[in-house]
Design a protein around this ligand. Sequence first.
Ligand SMILES: CC(C)(COP(=O)(O)OP(=O)(O)OC[C@H]1O[C@@H](n2cnc3c(N)ncnc32)[C@H](O)[C@@H]1OP(=O)(O)O)[C@@H](O)C(=O)NCCC(=O)NCCS
Length: 215
Amino acid sequence: MVSVRAMHVGDLDAVVAVHREVLDMEFLSRFGPRFLRVYYQAWITTLGSVALVALEDGVVVGGLLGASDPARHVRAMVRDHGMTLALHQAGAALINPLLARDLIATRAARYVRGVARLVTSRWRQPASVAPSGPVVGEITHVLVTRRVQGQGAGRALVEAALAQMRADGVHSVELVTPPDLAARHFYERLGWRLTGERASRSGEPFLHFTFDLDA
Ligand SMILES: CC(C)(COP(=O)(O)OP(=O)(O)OC[C@H]1O[C@@H](n2cnc3c(N)ncnc32)[C@H](O)[C@@H]1OP(=O)(O)O)[C@@H](O)C(=O)NCCC(=O)NCCS
């Protein structure tokens, strides 16, 4: 029987292990488990995050990351954890020339702009959990260990995230997934609408899905 609860710091090693197992092709995974642990820790300790784990017999078998107010959450992530995350990425890139090349080609300019904003007062506004208006929530990661895939853990995670976002006042939720990933069928099955194909800020193609909480 699968249950879902908020992700705690004590879950991080287990969630990172699942992430590396099922999303090893993802860009973030290339920075290694230490970076992923710092990333997840930053995410769950930043205001406005939605971070959940799925448990089977008390053991973590999956996780979900999202945000009720993504723009505000990203600002707070950059302000509070940007430097630590950048240092961990730089450390991993230093010992991996291919990773360094891809990091520079796809993300360096954007990251530098983020850090530049960090040192200006634009980023110094206080973070708050309350959405600033009719906001669109976001799910960024859903992952379930292969051993229990197909048994409802993914559905339970997404439904719990949607419930939390609805309680936060969110009207609709978005996510993107690579076109070649089977996850697109999972989201379609859960009632998400395919609302287009677009490139990420780093240039990779993604399918864009929306779920209307008001419907
Ligand atoms: C996608 C993923 C999270 C689904 O989790 P899961 O626990 O296996 O999914 P569930 O068992 O809750 O499935 C929910 C529904 O989706 C359907 N479904 C799940 N994966 C599917 C697939 N690949 N193709 C078609 N349908 C699928 C199930 O049949 C089920 O339908 P039902 O409830 O009507 O029987 C899991 O396969 C996974 O971790 N994949 C690797 C990571 C990934 O791609 N994450 C998404 C991008 S971040």
